[in-house]
Design a protein around this ligand. Structure first.
Ligand code: AMP
Ligand code: ZN
Length: 118
């Protein structure tokens, strides 16, 4: 069972923000912004690439509610889902990073020089 499924089953603890029958939101253990929350489906889906349109439709208002609840909806925020190796996905259970609370940096070639690719 993957680490996020264990969090869903309460086999390992999390710093919970909200949950309903289908989704959970909890604080990232290694925050990269003042607000860094992970939002996951309780059902195990490997990544964004496997998610159904139906689940996407359902998780969208849940993510919006978390943004309101944490106050970042007023100041702006970022929602990211890393996919696979090049996307930097470490946990193979679909999750959205909700980041906010400060002006966020924007730079996606952290481990390489962009000019090498073009
Ligand atoms: P990703 O690299 O997109 O797969 O992101 C995985 C995220 O999960 C990272 O930001 C980790 O800090 C976070 N993480 C890993 N284990 C836990 C945990 N037990 N509780 C909360 N966050 C976790
Ligand atoms: Zn899982």
């Amino acid at each position: 069972m993957c680490i996020f499924c264990k969090i869903v089953n309460k086999e390992i603890p999390s710093n919970l923000v909200a949950e309903n029958d289908d989704f959970m939101a909890f604080h990232d253990i290694n925050p990269k912004a003042p607000i860094h929350i992970l939002i996951i489906p309780k059902q195990h889906v490997e990544s964004f690439h496997e998610v159904s349109g139906e689940m996407m439709a359902a998780i969208t208002p849940f993510i919006q509610e978390i943004a309101v609840k944490t106050g970042v909806s007023k100041t702006g925020y970022r929602v990211i889902s890393n996919i696979g190796e090049n996307g930097g996905q470490e946990v193979k259970h679909l999750h959205w990073h909700l980041l906010g609370g400060a002006r966020l940096a924007w730079g996606h070639f952290a481990d390489a020089d962009a000019k090498d690719f073009f």
